[in-house]
Each structure stands twice: as structure tokens, then as C-alpha cells.
Design a protein around this ligand. Structure first.
Ligand code: 6PG
Length: 246
């Protein structure tokens, strides 16, 4: 099931995303006593993370029983300004009572292939041991994703091998376009989530968004097209600027 919701601006989009996450967290805690969320990097989610850590939302999340993961990471040290982990720490994790042991970052400071192998093992240990029924794994309650102006998502960039990965959950790849190594969840790992929330804002995303949501499937050019939850919901939260060609 795919849902596209258009908001007037970034502020309303961010509040809508926070509300969806808070509701998903409440439901997960009732159902399983824990909430798992995979964060995305980039700029768009920063305001969302700040909002979740604010007075308005901080009481809505049971931080003691929440577990944080990442959909991808740049292969840089955790205190580097480019680190997705660093951004989430500054915007949210330093300001909420989540136990350090519940924050599972991708180790961008070590060899990329080793970081990918370690993260895959971590995910398998965490999720398979807690699996409920025959839900797809890794069963993130929420997978947050953004989309670049080239229609990449996580670190699935156009014409990179990770787009076609169907066995492994985590891979490392050198991305020419950004001249850096990245570690990323793969389509099977992303698509095992219960709720996938794309946050897309700004006029620069209008063209790629219209193509990604269009009929023509060409995931090598438009990697965000590989995102289809196996047994879950796909929700695009977009602002009016990004939606203007829909
Ligand atoms: C990253 C993200 C990436 C991001 C898009 C959109 O590590 O950069 O995971 O996939 O979501 O690049 O980024 P903006 O939100 O900054 O446009």
C-alpha cells in the first residue's frame, strides 16, 4: 500500500512525520514492549529529530524502550559533521533519555566492508532473536528515508551495485557521485519494515519525485523505486514544492 500526503510547507510536514512516528511508537510498545526505528541522514530530517526531542513530543515516546538504527552512514568518524549519527545525536539523541545501549550506529570510522559485516551481524542478532511469527526481518517498526535530487535513498545511488542486492541486509560501496565510501541497508532490509516513511521537501525534489512515483520503473536511474515494503506501509510525506509535478 502506498500513500502520498502533501503538506503546505516543511513545518507542517515535520509535525505530520513526528505524529506518525509517535503513533507508531505507541502501537509498537503496546504490541511488543519496544519500538525500533531506523533513521535517515541528510538535512530534511534534522527538524523532525529536534521536534521529537522537544517538549511537544518528548513525552510521547517511551525512550527507555526505543532502539535506534540507521538506514545508511557515511564512512567518516562519528564526530564528523558529515556523519548521519552525529547529526541525529546533536538534533535529538543528546536531548532524550534513550539508553546508550539502545543506539546502534554504523561504525563509519572503520574499514567499510568490516563496518557493513558488523552491522549485518548486529541486525541479525537483534531482530532474529526477537522475531514475532513469520514477519519479514529486519522488522523495523519505522524506517525513515529521504530522497536525493538524483532519486537516491539511503546510500542506494544510481547505477550502484547495492540496488540489486537481494541477499545481504547491509553492504558497503564507494559512491563516485559523492566521492566517499558509504554503508547502506539494502532493498531487502529496507523493505522488511512495518512502516516506511519518506520525507521529501523542496522544489529540487519535484522532478525526481514525479519520476519515482511515475509508472515507468527504472530503479537503476531512480533507486528510490526499489522501496516496496514486503508486508507493511509505504508513506510519502512531501511538501507542496516537492509535489508540484505530481
Ligand atoms: C544520507 C541520507 C540520504 C538522504 C538524501 C536526502 O546519508 O545522506 O541517508 O539518503 O536522505 O540524500 O537528503 P536531504 O534530506 O539532505 O535532501
Amino acid at each position: 500500500m502506498r500513500e502520498v500526503v502533501v503538506y503546505p510547507d516543511m513545518l507542517t510536514l515535520t509535525h505530520a512525520a513526528a505524529e506518525r512516528i509517535a503513533q507508531a511508537a505507541e502501537a509498537a510498545l503496546v504490541a511488543r514492549g519496544r519500538f525500533t526505528i531506523a533513521l535517515s541522514g541528510g538535512n530534511t530530517p534534522r527538524a523532525l529529530y529536534q521536534l521529537l526531542a522537544s517538549e511537544e513530543y518528548q513525552g510521547r515516546i517511551d525512550w527507555e524502550n526505543t532502539y535506534f538504527f540507521w538506514g545508511d552512514e557515511r564512512c567518516v568518524p562519528p564526530d564528523d559533521q558529515q556523519s548521519d549519527y552525529h547529526m541525529a545525536r546533536e538534533a535529538m539523541l543528546n536531548h532524550v533519555p534513550v539508553p546508550m545501549s539502545h543506539i546502534f550506529r554504523i561504525r563509519g570510522e572503520i574499514d567499510p566492508q568490516q563496518a557493513a559485516n558488523d552491522y549485518e551481524r548486529l541486525l541479525r542478532d537483534f531482530f532474529v532473536s526477537r522475531a514475532v511469527g513469520n514477519e519479514p526481518q529486519p522488522r523495523f517498526d519505522v524506517q525513515l528515508l529521504g530522497m536525493g535530487e538524483n532519486a537516491h535513498t539511503a546510500s542506494l545511488f544510481p547505477h550502484t551495485p547495492a540496488i540489486d542486492e537481494r541477499e545481504r541486509w547491509v553492504v558497503a560501496q564507494y559512491v563516485e557521485e559523492v566521492a566517499m565510501w558509504r554503508v547502506t541497508l539494502t532493498p531487502p532490509a529496507l523493505n522488511a519494515s512495518a512502516l516506511i516513511l519518506f520525507l521529501v521537501a523542496g522544489a529540487g525534489k519535484a522532478e525526481p519525485l514525479a519520476q519515482v512515483l511515475g509508472q515507468e520503473q527504472r530503479p537503476q536511474d531512480l533507486p528510490a523505486q526499489v522501496v516496496h515494503p514486503v508486508d507493511g506501509e509505504l508513506v510519502w510525506l512531501v511538501d507542496r514544492e516537492a509535489a508540484k509535478l505530481l
